[in-house]
Design a protein around this ligand. Structure first.
Ligand SMILES: *[C@@H]1O[C@H](CO)[C@@H](O)[C@H](O)[C@H]1NC(C)=O
Length: 283
């Protein structure tokens, strides 16, 4: 085989690879909010290189853990960068890794050269900063969204309130609940203690109920926890879809990627062999 053909085949395999990656689980990758600190770092500085190591560590870690935190130190105290990610606890690992990688790609253009930044996608949360925020409770409202309030019956409102009360009492860092057509979900970032998590969720749920009134869906994201509810039939909200079908879709995608990677590896090994044999014959 000619070297030009080898290149062509490799290129083809790689373009197939990149064709499949963006197809993975659109709904989990939906952008919910992002924010950046106003402080900027110097380009090409030690801080920038520490930040890049941090983001790489987060993406790698998301292949095997739904939550992790890192601090990249040195060489001087003001080069330290702290960061963490939290995947929605019901995600399978390939979905978590895809989501965190996607969140990190949002951070680049969104928070260009800022000392701190955070992104929340449907399936995961990523945050970094040069001031330590790990283990610190923070109940600042970062994103609030209430659906339209028309057509919500007193019955549905009663079920919504019951679902929210259930979430508040459920315990744990990830909580789901439902009553007929109303579904609820709440989650803390993994760096909070049980007590901090409960305190944060109590506040998120209280605000959700107070501020979203009779809305057919509501999202209340505080810095370190969130609570959300939705009502089936509320067309603006289709979160409940991503539990079933897209889940297996992304597993399929993952299998295809692994298959392609293995294919490319085998191809390279095979071509190296062929080269050796024909090269050995002496041209
Ligand atoms: C973060 O970086 C900014 C800009 O370099 C600096 O002014 C600030 O003091 C730093 N904060 C910490 C906690 O190091």
């Amino acid at each position: 085989m000619e070297p030009a053909n080898n290149c062509l085949l490799l290129l083809l395999s790689f373009s197939l690879l990149f064709f499949f990656i963006p197809a993975a689980n659109c709904s989990l990758d939906s952008f919910l909010y992002g924010g950046c600190s106003p402080l900027k770092y110097t380009p090409d500085s030690q801080y920038e290189s520490n930040l890049n190591s941090l983001l790489t560590s987060l993406v790698n870690s998301a292949t095997y853990s739904p939550y992790n935190k890192y601090a990249i130190m040195g060489p001087t105290p003001h080069d330290v960068v702290y960061g963490l990610y939290q995947c929605r606890a019901d995600l399978a690992m390939p979905d978590c890794a895809t989501c965190v990688a996607r969140a990190v790609t949002h951070l680049g253009p969104l928070c260009s050269q800022t000392c701190g930044g955070a992104v929340q996608l449907e399936g995961c949360f990523v945050k970094y900063d040069n001031a330590s925020f790990i283990g610190v409770e923070d109940k600042t409202v970062v994103m609030k969204k209430c659906g339209p309030s028309d057509g919500y019956t007193a019955d549905q409102m009663g079920r919504r309130d019951a679902v929210l009360a259930g979430l508040n009492g459920a315990g744990g860092a990830y909580r789901v609940g439902g009553s007929e057509d109303v579904q609820g979900v709440a989650q803390c970032v993994g760096d909070l203690s049980n007590g901090q998590c409960q305190d944060c969720l109590t506040e998120a749920i209280r605000r959700l109920k107070a501020e979203c009134g009779g809305a057919v869906f509501g999202d209340m994201f505080l810095s370190k926890c969130y609570a959300r509810y939705s009502t089936s039939g509320a067309h603006a909200y289709t979160r409940s879809n991503d539990h079933g079908s897209s889940h297996s879709d992304s597993e399929k995608t993952f299998a295809i990627i692994i298959g392609l990677l293995a294919g490319v590896a085998l191809l390279i090994i095979f071509l190296t062999f062929v080269r050796r044999i024909f090269g050995g014959n002496g041209k």
